[in-house]
Design a protein around this ligand. Structure first.
Ligand code: ARG
Length: 416
């Protein structure tokens, strides 16, 4: 057959074995692409050498951190995208960017196929495959781990017989994916939802025994929904996220333990560490509280849930995404201001919030001197606002006494 394929290469066991396996099975020369989306635990020069040593004809490394922040992380933060209200989507957000880079390299290097190391059970295969299909439907997709059906032991055996050096990391108890926006940890002891996650699952957030005894106050400035400064220092997004990961992680902030609904129908137990994402989502919401009307906030919460599902389900490169994004961008026009908060023993404690676009109006809110709210108008407002309930009480609920109203619809006693 001959020809070339570009493989998304992490340097781990699966994708290392894939280099050999693809050559053997498909007779394609393998170009590896290692995409740096931040917070890599491996030295990328070593990863590159490893790919070449195993048999890649070319090994490329691309630093895409700034694109990741600009096109994926910040928009998702502005959207308030938390999957099922919990997961800040670190892994899900990086996949379409990796796919986009794979397709670019495929074109540059004249490859007819792209390959990734996803299994057939997860969401990541969906994200890679759909993104690739949308960006260039002519590219064939090879997913060795989904295709080869080797057990872990057989895979290690295959690695040994093919002189693929094993890293100690391949003996790890968990399956981990990480980038700037968070660390996703699954499998091993986490597969029993009754098990408390073992401490060694965590790397970015400190053990409760090590949480500092003094709280640390920080401030974050937002401009149109995007964080622009930490503690008053203006900095680029990659630096801000990296620095905040350290700060908040030190105080144990950012651990998430989630029973999650995968797109493929499986419930899975996922543990995340996302110190920056958790702090920034909270802070961002607090600026929105100050600057968005009630109606706008209610509507945006619905969009946020849709947006999160869309990202999770691998539909990043879609007109729906572009349309939702246009709404989100517009919704952030006034989301500018500063949040003060404390990091303390796993908690984020709000200090204060301020905004030049604040809708908080002291003369309306105050109970003290300077009150400009029209108290008399409240009576008429309540009269109209409560009209439908009064009407209903006098017609449909006429047979029920005021006494009944306490227990109507109440839950039954728990079984003894
Ligand atoms: N459940 C998460 C998601 O679907 C994380 C997947 C993490 N992948 C991994 N290899 N550990 O986005």
């Amino acid at each position: 057959m001959g020809g070339k394929v570009v493989l998304a290469y992490s340097g781990g066991l699966d994708t290392s074995v894939a280099i050999k396996w693809i050559k053997e099975k498909y007779d394609l020369d393998v170009v590896t692409l290692t995409v740096d989306v931040g917070a890599n635990d491996r030295d990328l020069q070593t990863v590159k050498e490893r790919a070449l040593q195993i048999g890649a004809v070319k090994a490329l490394v691309r630093d895409v951190k700034d694109d990741f922040v600009k096109y994926f992380i910040w928009p998702a933060l502005q959207a308030g995208a938390l999957y099922e209200g919990e997961y800040p989507l670190a892994t899900a957000l990086a996949r379409p960017l990796i796919a986009w880079n794979l397709v670019q390299v495929a074109h540059e290097e004249g490859c007819t196929a792209v390959a990734h190391g996803c299994t057939g059970k997860g969401n990541d295969q969906v994200r890679f495959d759909i993104s690739t299909n949308v960006l260039d439907p002519s590219l064939k997709i090879i997913a060795p781990v989904r295709e080869w059906r080797m057990t872990r032991d057989e895979e290690i055996e295959y690695a040994k017989t093919n002189n693929i050096p094993l890293l100690s990391a391949s003996q790890k108890r968990f399956s981990v994916d990480q980038n700037l926006w968070g660390r996703s940890i699954e499998a091993g002891p986490l597969e029993d939802p009754w098990n408390e996650p073992p401490e060694e699952a965590y790397e970015w957030t400190s053990h409760p025994d090590e949480w500092p005894d003094l709280p640390e106050e920080i401030s974050i400035d937002f401009e149109k929904g995007i964080p622009i400064a930490l503690n008053g220092d203006r900095m680029d997004g990659t630096s801000l996220i990296t620095r905040l990961n350290d700060l908040a992680g030190k105080h144990g902030v950012g651990r998430i333990d989630h029973i999650e609904n995968r797109l493929v129908g499986i419930k899975s137990r996922e543990v995340y560490e996302a110190p920056s994402a958790v702090v920034l989502h909270k802070a961002h919401t607090w600026i929105e509280d100050l600057t968005m009307t009630r109606d706008a906030a209610r509507f945006k919460a619905k969009v946020a849930a849709e947006y999160a599902d869309m990202v999770y389900n691998g539909q990043w490169f879609s007109p729906l995404h572009q349309d939702l994004q246009a709404y989100v961008t517009s919704s952030q026009r006034f989301v500018t201001g500063t949040i003060r908060l404390k990091l303390y023993k796993g908690n984020i404690i709000k200090g204060g919030s301020q905004s030049p676009k604040s809708l908080y109006n002291f003369s309306l809110a105050t109970y003290d001197k300077g009150d400009q709210y029209n108290h008399d108008a409240a009576i008429g407002f309540i009269n109209i606002f409560g009209l439908s309930l009064r009407n209903q009480a006098q017609t449909q609920l006429k047979g029920n006494s005021a006494d009944d109203m306490l227990s109507l619809g109440a839950p039954e006693e728990p079984t003894k």
